[in-house]
Design a protein. Sequence first.
Length: 259
Amino acid sequence: MKVDLHNHTVLCNHASGTVNEYVEAAIACGTEFFGFSDHAPMHYDPKYRMTFEQMELYEFWVREAQQRYEDQITVLLGYEIDFLPGYMEESVLKRPCDYLIGSVHFIDDWGFDNPEFIGRYEGVDIDDVYRRYFGLVETMAKSGKFDIVGHLDLLKVFKYLPTQDIRMLAKEALNAIKNANMTVEVNVSGYRKPIIEAYPSPLLLQEIIEREIPITFGSDAHNPEQVGLFTQEVETLARSVGYDKCAVYRGRDRDMIKF
C-alpha cells in the first residue's frame, strides 16, 4: 500500500515487533506513508491498550522513527480510539498527532470482535445487533472528534451476518460520516479473520463512493509480517468501485494522493 495508516505496537499488549521492524517492513513493500495508530488508553479493558503513562513513550518511538527513516518513508503518528461513551478521555482526544481513528469495538460491555466472547452471538437478534453497532458508528461520526472511521463493518468478523440489507442498516451511519467529513479506511485485517474480506465490504464501499466519502488504507498490522499484506486485493477492490485516490493526514489535515 502506498498509504498505510493503521498499525500497532507492543504497547497494546497483543502485538509484537519493534517500531523499526514495522517501518522497515513498510519500506520493503514500497509504502510511502506509514502510520502508527496504536490503541489509545482509557479506563476500560486495559489489557488490550497502552496505559496513559505510556503515551509519551509511544510518541517518542514514532518520532524517533520519523527521524531515522525520513529519507526513505514518511512515518505518521496517530491513535486508534475506542468509541465508548463515558470512557473516552479529552486528554487523549486532544493529543497532538497526525490523525485519530475512531473505532467501535464494544456494544455496551460486549467486546464483540474478541474471540473470548464469541458465545454471546448465540441467540441474539443479529439484525438488532447490527442496528445498535451502526448506531454507535453514527454517534461517533456526529461527535466530530475523529478523522478516520476504523474497520467500518467490523461486526462481521466471525461471519455472523445480518438478514437485512447491510446498506440499509448502515445508511444513517454513512450519512453521518459524510456530514462529518470523515475518511473511511479500507482495512485488510478482515482477510486474516473468518470473514475473509476487507472492511468495508464491496456493497458498503459502493455506498461510500456514491456519497463521495474519501478512503484510506490500513494493514492493521499487529506484527511486522502483516505489514502490506493483501495490498493488491484492497487496491483492486477500491478501484473496482471507482477510487483512484486515498487520504493521508499530517497534523489532522487531510491530503488526497493517487494510489
